[in-house]
Design a protein around this ligand. Structure first.
Ligand SMILES: CC(C)(COP(=O)(O)OP(=O)(O)OC[C@H]1O[C@@H](n2cnc3c(N)ncnc32)[C@H](O)[C@@H]1OP(=O)(O)O)[C@@H](O)C(=O)NCCC(=O)NCCS
Length: 167
């Protein structure tokens, strides 16, 4: 499977929003309650806090998307990045998420960042395990702070210091 990362552009609009909406409707992986319209894609294109946003293609099909944004879009917070990825369900568990994370880590380092963070619904065991396997550690947890699909949920905050994989 040939996996490539394309900077987000108009051609990805429908595929990206459809993938997001799958996770909005069916899971706690996306926090929102309601599906978004295709116009939501413009927020991704125009948000100045987003440093890089990629559509992920496998064998020429959009199979996911990922982004690197500033932890806070304030000048003093340029060294910490916030990562996000959603892979189409039938393409999970095939190493694409690992490739996306590696790509975003490289981008973060090239942009002078020394740490990346991620926040995850506390019932998303697969994502928590994925991040642990890739060197993230938990730095905090907010219990029962939101609800979705009839469940009271929390958020797990994880961080990874960059450039330490080989130590
Ligand atoms: C989390 C996610 C980005 C990981 O990407 P991936 O391509 O599935 O992961 P990889 O194939 O590189 O690595 C596989 C590991 O990811 C974890 N994983 C997390 N969610 C998974 C899923 N839905 N299916 C399979 N593996 C998953 C497992 O730990 C797995 O390891 P294992 O096979 O030994 O159990 C991807 O599964 C995904 O988009 N999931 C749904 C949306 C989501 O949770 N996004 C993150 C929100 S914080």
């Amino acid at each position: 499977m040939n996996v490539v990362f394309e900077r987000l552009s108009e051609e990805h609009r429908f595929a990206v929003i459809d993938i997001l909406n799958h996770y909005v409707s069916n899971t706690t992986a996306a926090y929102r309650a309601e599906k978004v319209g295709y116009g939501h894609f413009d927020d991704y294109l125009n948000d100045e806090g987003i440093l890089l946003f990629y559509a992920i293609k496998a064998d020429d099909e959009v199979v996911g998307f990922c982004s690197l944004e500033y932890f806070k879009n304030i000048g003093n917070f340029r060294k910490t990045g916030d990562v996000m990825y959603f892979i189409k369900p039938e393409f999970t568990g095939k190493g694409i998420g690992g490739k996306a994370l590696a790509r975003l880590e490289k981008d973060a380092i090239e942009n002078g960042m020394d740490r990346i963070v991620v926040d995850i619904a506390d019932d998303n065991a697969g994502s928590i395990r994925f991040h642990e396997r890739h060197g993230f550690t938990e730095y905090g947890r907010l219990k029962k702070c939101w609800n979705k699909l009839g469940k009271g949920l929390g958020i797990v905050f994880m961080e990874k210091e960059l450039g330490r994989d080989k130590e």
